[in-house]
Write a protein that binds this ligand. Structure first.
Ligand code: NAD
Length: 325
């Protein structure tokens, strides 16, 4: 269970792209806690210095400020690296609908640069963040790898193209790539601010400040909200996975299903507030329901997530209570 018992060769060196972001900073911290070296590459476009400031003095930690759109930066970052955990990308479906050209450049070209740099540097494993958005409008629940529908946003397209490159790079060049289709990750250090913030941190912050959050749609949309530590486990287990899993993409979630309105009410109870939400229009590009079949990751990666939604949300609320200003 979990990732505390994963073992790599002693001087293993990891590169985490997007390491100043929510997921990346948690990966950097976990790798250092396990006793391995990590380079954090980030251009600080959506990530924050404060997410990684506390790592600065740790042995084996290096921060490289740079942009994955620049191939030479990717080459420099990959030198001497064993495992790449590629998280750098711009998230948010609605923002991608407004800025398709930037998403193409940043998420697709940036990922291709990273795969090519990893290949040229002889990286052992290349693990990269994909997304549940690749399922598009396919109606089946739970979502199963191999049953994808029509895409609903430029963001989803960038992730699907990255998966195609991931598969091609394995078949053509033998680079061992592993795509992780994250389902609504939440937990410590997820950004609560800005127009494109994820719902859980945003709701927690607004409720703690006595403000009324807006729920897009009727609140009856459901998601497989996934605690950050499950995502860390998946990334590290990919680095130990066999060749039969290379070139593939995997659902990474808990395998549960939570309705947004229920989460809202749970948060109000946990934070001891009574605030009515505002109901707004549905968001363009959103799917109504999403939850994951995680049997492929269980089988090929030995993924066995420790945290269900209830356990995860308790930890997340405690963290925000302590750390939010
Ligand atoms: P985040 O915005 O907190 O982190 C992304 C990081 O990448 C940021 O620190 C940003 O500064 C960096 N970055 C972006 N473009 C870059 C570039 N060109 N060069 C260097 N650094 C760059 O987002 P996150 O939630 O931590 O997401 C990490 C990854 O997981 C992303 O690829 C995202 O698409 C994917 N993902 C996240 C979720 C989720 O629920 N959080 C769900 C599905 C997929």
């Amino acid at each position: 269970m979990g990732y505390f018992d994963v073992k790599f060769p002693r001087d293993s060196k990891f590169l985490v792209t997007g390491g100043a972001g929510f997921i990346g900073s948690n990966l950097c911290e976990a790798i250092l806690n396990l006793g391995y070296k990590v380079i954090c590459l980030d251009d600080l476009s959506t990530g924050r210095q404060e997410n990684i400031a506390f790592l600065a003095k740790r042995d084996g930690y290096v921060f490289l400020r740079g942009d994955i759109k620049d191939f030479n930066t990717c080459m420099r970052a990959c030198a001497g690296v064993d495992y790449v955990l590629h998280q750098a990308a711009w998230g948010s479906v609605p923002r991608s609908v407004k800025m398709p050209l930037f998403y193409e450049e940043n998420n697709i070209k940036g990922t291709l640069n990273m795969m090519e740099a990893a290949r040229r540097n002889g990286v052992k494993k290349f693990v990269y963040a994909s997304s549940s958005s690749v399922y598009g409008d396919h109606p089946t629940l739970p979502k199963v790898e191999g049953q994808e529908g029509k895409l609903l946003s430029p963001y989803a397209l960038t992730k699907r193209v990255c998966e195609e490159y991931g598969n091609l790079y394995f078949r053509l060049y033998g680079l061992k790539t592993y795509g992780l289709r994250y389902f609504n990750v939440f937990g410590r250090r997820q950004d609560p601010d800005g127009a494109y913030a994820a719902v859980i941190p945003k709701f927690i912050k607004m409720l703690l400040h006595g403000e009324r959050p807006t729920i897009n749609g009727d609140g009856r949309q459901s998601r497989d909200f996934t605690y950050i530590d499950n995502v860390i486990e998946a990334n590290l287990k990919c680095c130990l996975a066999g060749d039969e899993a290379a070139g593939e993409a995997f659902n990474i979630a808990y395998g549960g299903r939570e309705y947004l309105i229920d989460i809202y009410n749970d948060l109000c109870r946990a934070l001891e507030v009574s605030i009515e939400p505002v109901f707004g229009p549905d968001r363009v590009g959103d799917i109504k329901h999403s939850n994951a079949d995680i049997s492929k990751a269980r089988k090929y990666l030995g993924y066995a997530p420790d945290y269900d939604f209830r356990n995860g949300i308790k930890l997340a609320i405690d963290w925000y209570k302590e750390n939010l200003r």
